[in-house]
Design a protein. Sequence first.
Length: 270
Amino acid sequence: MVSACTPITVLNAVIPDNGYQRIADIGYGAHDRQKLDIYLPLDVAKNTASKTIVFFYGGSWESGRKEDYKFVAEALSSAGFIVVLPDYRVYPDVIFPDFVDDAARAVDWVKTNISKHGGDGNQVFVAGHSAGAHIAALLVLDKRYLAHYALGPGDLRGMIGLAGPYDFLPLKSDTLKTIFGPEHQRWQSQPIHFVDGNSPPMLLLVGNNDLTVWPKNSRNLAAKIQEKKGKVELVEFDGYGHVAMVSKLAKPLRGEGRLLNEIVTFIQQH
């Protein structure tokens, strides 16, 4: 799920790299993949308590590198936000739920340390594309992960999911069956099962031409949150496929900037 994203890495060669400061390879844990990069807008010192977005990339829970998503950080930092891109452990080194635990650990690091870089630990959002959106959704819906760090979903300002899988059982791929463990336990991997109406506001963005992660994932999750009287916005993009739901953040492909504008508006409102 998002191994198809490999071609988007070429976008990094043609995006501006003079609008932010990058602080690379900060360890948030002991493993080599428990490192993160921080992207600071050049005017962050002029801002008071800047909002921070922790963005988890996709890659079918088995691939991905934070360096490949510099274009996402450029887009969001150009809007005045601090952006954190963590790596996290992936299959076959680990299986579910270890990559979600890594994400929670990264969020804890950000909450504790982002003030040293001009951010406000009380204004942290989580976001992600594809498998990364799944991870971000579990952080705000299943309280167990953040609880390991004496945190809860209420300690986050909101969640932004791009083309995320939130309700994708039964599994067909043998690899996914291995990643998510025995069948009787797989329900715990599905964000939709943890909706109680009390999560932070969620923005679910989906392309209606996505043939990799079916749009019903976002539609079903939004409907469940609405049923529970929670706060959710569902925005569909006509003609967008799976990769477009992240590549359209890159300046060369941004066009009228609708995808970026939806994210920026959501963050500004929360």
